[in-house]
Design a protein. Structure first.
Length: 391
């Protein structure tokens, strides 16, 4: 029997993580991988598509393309959607659905209006075919459709629409382990991407003197110990008409079997240490680490960053200190950063620091020169993931 044909997929990723996401997806078997802006284009067969959902750490979502068609306005969109797929198969009226939209083309400039046009085209077709229609479910639909509109380029392709299926249904950054969060938590996939940028592989110590609810350290430990991120959640693709339960079970078994108590070569994981000042936030971190299955490998301590003492062997420091946008706006953050810089120089010689900065004035108080600056976005805040080589 012939193997199922691969299909076009867009992986939506946090800005700044396009390159490490492309590398991750290629390593998991995706083909024709191409970084875009806030996305990665790729091709995948069903087995690879399932594997990406279970094992990929960096994307927000995977969009499987159903159709691409010219779109100069509302009529083109309406007719194109109705022709985009075999809707008798993909959306019979007993299934619920939700439509999301992005971009603009041909006078379709508002995402809510564009999504409404897709919904109208589908329910009108359903009424014609069956005399009844699907319900719209915003919270837990059977099918999640995504429309992306692009205006075209002068002298190039004209306005077009791409209609896709969202394999996850909800954002893939939700791993299922983080019931407890601090006030301004990093999303799990952003944390995983930041760790990927550091190159940390579990062979040298990792420490976070501002660990908060633990997301950076937990994502690092999960990656080093092979804990697949998609095992504790459901996916919209499991309700699709072409869902292959046997293939899914096979890929899921492979993902489960990746979990280890050591590094891949059998070496022990180097020490991972976190420090948090607030007792209630530290308790959240411990709860999250336990839920993720990595509590035994992360030493979480209560204390102020000024009192932090790293493990003996040099390694990698990561931190997301407050920068005034959400936390610490009334505190003397400049003094805090100055104290942090002094502590690092006194106690962490030979270490590499990666610090997430949303405020250049504050990072200037470190009195250290960054050797690398990676632009990223944290919850819509323009940030830099800064590398410092501590002498």
């Amino acid at each position: 029997m012939a193997s199922p044909s691969p299909f076009d997929v867009i992986a939506v990723v946090p800005p700044g993580l396009e390159e490490p996401a492309a590398a991750e997806l290629a390593a998991l078997g995706a083909s024709a991988v191409r970084p875009l802006r806030r996305a990665v284009a790729l091709r995948a067969d069903p087995a690879t598509f399932y594997r990406l959902h279970l094992q990929a750490r960096l994307p927000f979502r995977f969009l499987r393309q159903l159709a691409r068609f010219p779109c100069h306005g509302r009529e083109d969109l309406y007719e194109g959607v109705q022709r985009a797929a075999d809707w008798e198969r993909w959306l019979p009226p007993q299934l619920s659905f939700r439509v999301e939209a992005s971009g603009s083309a041909g006078g379709l400039n508002h995402s809510h209006y564009s999504a409404l046009q897709v919904k109208n085209a589908l329910v009108d077709l359903q009424r014609h075919l069956w005399g009844k229609r699907s319900s719209v479910d915003l919270d837990d639909p059977d099918v999640v459709l995504h429309l992306h509109l692009s205006p075209g380029r002068p002298g190039g392709a004209g306005p077009e629409a791409v209609l896709s299926l969202d394999g996850g249904g909800a954002s893939l950054h939700r791993r299922g382990y983080r019931a407890a969060m601090g006030l301004a938590p990093l999303k799990e996939n952003l944390a995983a991407g930041l760790i990927a940028h550091t190159g940390w592989d579990g062979r040298v110590p990792l420490a976070d003197p501002f660990c908060g609810s633990g997301t950076l350290l937990i994502e690092a430990a999960c990656r080093a110990l092979g804990r697949a991120p998609g095992l504790e959640r459901d996916f919209s693709l499991e309700r699709w008409p072409d869902f292959d339960a046997a293939l899914w079970t096979q890929e899921r078994s492979v993902a489960v079997a990746l979990a280890r108590h050591t590094l891949a070569d059998g070496q022990p994981l180097a020490p991972i240490v976190g420090m948090e000042r607030e007792a209630n936030v530290l308790a959240m971190a411990r709860t999250n680490a336990a839920a993720a299955g990595v509590a035994d490998w992360i030493d979480l301590q209560q204390g102020d960053c000024r009192d932090f003492r790293p493990p003996d062997a040099p390694g990698v420091l990561v931190c997301n200190p407050p920068y005034g946008d959400r936390l610490g706006a009334d505190d003397d953050l400049e003094a805090l950063y100055g104290d942090l810089g002094r502590m690092l120089k006194q106690r962490c010689g030979g270490w590499t620091l990666w610090l997430l900065s949303g405020n250049p004035a504050l990072t200037g108080a470190l009195r250290m020169k960054a050797s690398r600056r990676v632009p990223v976005s944290n919850g819509g805040i323009d940030c830099r993931w800064l590398r410092y080589d501590i002498r």
